[in-house]
Design a protein around this ligand. Structure first.
Ligand code: APR
Ligand code: ZN
Length: 382
């Protein structure tokens, strides 16, 4: 039987948009009937966490425990949960798709009509929260996960069992950066061998887009960023060329390198000017896939004459596919060494290292920071 008592856990909490977070002891309520409690091993710091901390996502989303890209071990399961037992290693999947609505049945689970709302509002599927601050105030869990914490309660469908063989500090990245990056290439763009591609923005997510495009056989494969160190890392990870996004003629350089324009341009930053750069890099008939999340209110403009060249501009959220099916598959590829996750991680830190990671992100330094809650559980070698 489950002990139905709130438990104290250490968590990183943000109270106001634009203000730094703090690590504090919060109370975690027991898992509801269709929920599980997970002991978090490791969690990646994604730019979406920073967007939320900065108040870019709108709404009344504070206070909130951030973190949505992570992995851990199931510790307790709700009374109605089937197929998950304590001890099971899982990755988080921040859209707890219902598997029954029209979008889910179409294979577009990231757009689940029933359960996306709770994710965006940072609540469980019934609209309530499981975290209380020391003063009793309820806190949201970012994207329904809130894994910058020693433990978190999430909908059972927001966890995906992991195959053996991948250390959890690497598995942490599969539930956001990897599934998003690979989905952009495989589901949204459908890149085929020999097609040309460029990737604008080479952070934690962009590096996975690049890896997926390389595995799909994209050639030439042009890496584009404003930071020279990112370009070097991308060249070492299989990009055939690199272009400085800050160059006045960046789009022309990309078009030249791809013999008249790229078949696929991936935008993985979330800014109007990089969306425009992706568009300007395309050949006639090419498609720009926008993966980056832009702050609420940002508008993007492209010269509409490009539509007569049959250029397309499309969005891509959470890999545009079925994350619950794809996460275990990608984790297996990573365990087999087909996907290099470790090489996309630049820093490991504790819960108190998130603001530093945000600082690096703002400056364009480093690639991914992984917050390690438990070194042994996360499989970090000493
Ligand atoms: N031009 C080109 N590259 C840029 C620009 C710019 N104007 N501004 C930032 N970048 C680069 C940074 O140098 C960095 O390499 O974009 C990259 C962003 O990487 P991260 O901050 O690590 O962000 P990441 O977690 O990869 O997320 C990227 O996808 O899921 C969304 O919310 C997420 O919008 C974010 C985007
Ligand atoms: Zn993310």
């Amino acid at each position: 039987m489950q002990i139905a008592e709130a438990m104290p856990v250490g968590a990183a909490v943000w109270r106001n948009p634009g203000a730094p977070g703090s690590v504090e002891e919060v109370l975690l309520d027991p898992a509801g009937p269709s929920e599980v409690r997970v002991r978090v091993a490791a969690a990646g710091v994604c730019h979406s966490d920073l967007h939320q901390a900065d108040g870019h996502l709108g709404g009344e989303l504070f206070p909130t425990v951030l973190g949505h890209e992570g992995a851990g071990i199931v510790e307790a399961v709700g009374t109605d949960v089937a197929g998950l037992e304590p001890g099971q290693p899982v990755a988080f999947c921040f859209i707890a798709a219902c598997a029954e609505c029209r979008r889910c049945l179409e294979g577009r689970a990231a757009l689940c009509e029933r359960n996306s709302r709770a994710s965006f509002e940072g609540t469980m599927l019934d609209g309530t929260t499981r975290v209380r601050l020391a003063d009793g105030k309820p806190a949201r869990s970012f994207l329904g996960i809130g894994c910058f914490a020693e433990r978190c309660v999430v909908p059972a469908r927001a966890t995906v069992p992991l195959p053996p063989g991948l250390p959890l500090w690497q598995a942490a990245l599969v539930g956001c950066a990897v599934v998003t990056g690979f989905g952009a290439v495989r589901n949204a763009a459908g890149v085929r061998a020999g097609e040309s591609a460029c990737v604008v923005g080479l952070g934690g997510v962009g590096l996975q887009v690049l890896a997926a495009a390389r595995l799909a056989g994209a050639e030439p494969l042009v890496a584009v960023d404003r930071t020279p160190a990112k370009l070097e890392l991308a060249l070492a990870r299989g990009a055939t060329h690199a272009v400085d996004a800050g160059a006045a003629d960046a789009a022309r350089q990309i078009r030249k390198l791809t013999g008249g324009g790229a078949d696929h341009a991936f935008e993985v930053v979330g800014r109007a000017e990089t969306i425009r750069l992706a568009w300007d890099s395309l050949r006639a008939g090419g498609t720009a896939v926008v993966v980056g999340l832009a702050p609420v209110g940002v508008e993007a403009a492209v010269p509409a004459i490009g539509f007569i060249s049959e250029k397309s501009l499309r969005g891509c959220f959470y890999g545009s596919g079925e994350p619950r099916r794809e996460i275990p598959e990608l984790a297996r590829l990573a365990a087999d060494g087909e996907i290099d996750v470790a090489g996309s991680v630049s820093h490991l830190a504790g819960l108190d290292g998130i603001e530093d990671a945000f600082g690096r992100m703002r400056r364009g330094e480093g690639s991914r920071t992984v917050i390690v809650l438990d070194r042994e559980l996360a499989g970090v070698s000493p």
